[in-house]
Design a protein around this ligand. Structure first.
Ligand code: HEM
Length: 450
């Protein structure tokens, strides 16, 4: 039998398996190309992380079924088992009936009126940030986007301002926590988490810092003089559970705040950083978007009503979400038997798929590695893609999707109305997927006034 052949009813094993390590090396060293390559071996392919088998779905139809039709037959999977103990049981981590209840409580903060308020706030914060950018000097775009995304989420959802010390702690902690909780799930034994090595000490300190800062934010925002004001936090603090009539326990409010900070900053910041790298490489497109923005709002301060007018800017953001989808892996675990492409997955089977790899499939998009916002024109010859899931799908679909869209449009408009971005060097644009998202590693960018 060939190495990757499998008995009927079970998935073929991916090539490149090593004794003990399984497929860990390709997954750690070239994650997205490795996951893309699995589509050549079938719709369901087995990889091994140490000795743990994980089933990778490579077929868009099966991924959709897993997320939508089979949502009630799955839970979030092994990466989240360990995270729950450390990061709490917020929306991003919880599952089952508890998740559905929390989702009903959190969702109203992302309804239309809330989003309109957040848009105005994001426009103010983006304008202030852009006016502080030094022009004419090469600078990295990533930290600028991370700082802005952090301030927008915290001010919009918690109506509070961070002190410089709190900002610094969040900036240090969020990437370490996001990277660490994925990496820890790949340890061969949980005992390794206890070893006093720098990686563990670093991670434990980051979790502590994040939780302490969130505690401070919640206390600041919950102080009596702040009063209920329609922010997410005030909703969480005042809403009562329909069944029990009880208010959400303070510890759960904090878990939700941790979840929103983790899920809502790195993703948006990374997408914006990729977008600006792409626009710096495509000057004509950058000019076109800048004109679109200035026709709507000459100073770049777009209002919520202007957002639908930014059509080409929207296409460029969609294309960034396709080609540089931030969440390069998502996971689930079967709680009931599932049958995919003739393969039977028993309860307990770990399942993984890569939105990034799927969005780069030539079966879904011609010339998939080309950055081409024209794909998103709703005209003859541009059919909507069969699967586009940067925000996931089904019951765990991103609760912050409209928030993220609003934020990305507003920030892009604020930058492009005032500045022209160009690469400082010919350094190629590369990606690194060691963290929870695929981050850009590209040249510094130079901003010049327009
Ligand atoms: C470009 C920006 C964003 C992207 C690409 C993104 C992507 C995603 C994806 C793929 C999921 C589903 C995870 C899964 O199925 O396991 C998700 C869930 C989630 N996202 Fe986002 N997200 C973004 C922005 C945001 C923002 C701005 C917030 C909040 C302010 C947020 C909060 C959440 C939360 C709380 C969940 C968990 C939802 C649940 O399980 O019910 N995200 N996001």
């Amino acid at each position: 039998m060939r190495e990757d052949a499998a008995p009927p009813g079970s998935a073929p094993r991916a090539p490149g398996h090593l004794p003990l390590l399984g497929h860990l090396l390709p997954l750690l060293t070239r994650p997205v190309p490795f996951l893309q390559s699995l589509a050549d071996h079938g719709p369901v392919v087995r990889i091994h992380l140490w000795r743990r088998p994980v089933h990778v779905l490579t077929d868009p139809g099966l991924v959709h079924r897993l997320l939508v039709q089979d949502a009630a037959r799955t839970e979030k999977g092994f990466v989240f088992d360990q995270a729950r103990g450390l990061l709490g049981n917020g929306l991003f981590i919880s599952e089952g009936a508890f998740h559905l209840r929390q989702r009903r409580l959190v969702q109203p903060a992302f309804h239309r009126d809330g989003i309109r308020r957040y848009a105005a706030l994001a426009a103010r914060l983006a304008a202030a940030a852009v006016s502080r950018w030094e022009t004419g000097r090469p600078a990295p775009i990533e930290p600028r986007m991370h700082g802005l995304a952090r301030d927008i989420v915290v001010e919009a959802l918690f109506a509070t301002r961070l002190t410089p010390a709190q900002k610094a702690r969040i900036d240090r902690a969020v990437p370490v926590v996001l990277t660490g909780f994925v990496q820890r799930a790949l340890y061969p034994s949980p005992l390794l988490e206890k070893l006093p090595v720098p990686a563990n000490r670093h991670f434990d300190a980051a979790v502590r810092d994040l939780r302490t800062t969130v505690d401070e934010i919640v206390d600041q925002a919950a102080a009596p003089q702040q009063g209920p004001d329609g922010t997410l936090l005030s909703l969480l603090l005042t809403t009562r559970d329909e069944e029990t009539g009880l208010a959400m326990p303070p510890a759960q409010v904090r878990d939700e705040a941790v979840s929103l900070l983790l899920a809502g900053t790195e993703t948006t910041a990374t997408t914006l950083a990729w977008l600006f790298h792409e626009l710096a490489r495509h000057q004509d497109l950058q000019d076109e978007l800048s004109e679109e923005v200035r026709a709507v709002a000459p100073d770049g301060a777009v209002s919520p009503d202007d957002l639908p007018l930014l059509e080409r800017t929207g296409h460029a953001i969609s294309e960034t979400l396709r080609l540089h989808t931030p969440n390069w892996i998502l996971m689930r675990r079967a709680t009931e038997p599932l049958r995919y492409g003739g393969v039977v997955l028993p309860p307990g089977a770990e399942i993984l798929f890569s939105p990034t790899a799927l969005h780069r499939s030539p079966l879904l998009h011609p010339d998939p590695s080309r950055f081409d916002p024209d794909r998103w024109r709703q005209s003859a010859g541009h059919a909507p893609p069969r699967l586009f899931i940067p925000f996931g799908a089904g019951r765990h679909k991103c609760v912050g999707e409209s928030f993220a869209w609003t934020e990305m449009l507003v920030v892009t408009a604020a930058v492009l109305a005032r500045l022209r971005l160009s690469p400082a060097t010919a350094t190629p644009l590369r990606e690194s997927a060691t963290a929870a998202t695929v981050r850009p590693r590209g040249p510094l960018l130079v901003a010049e006034p327009r």
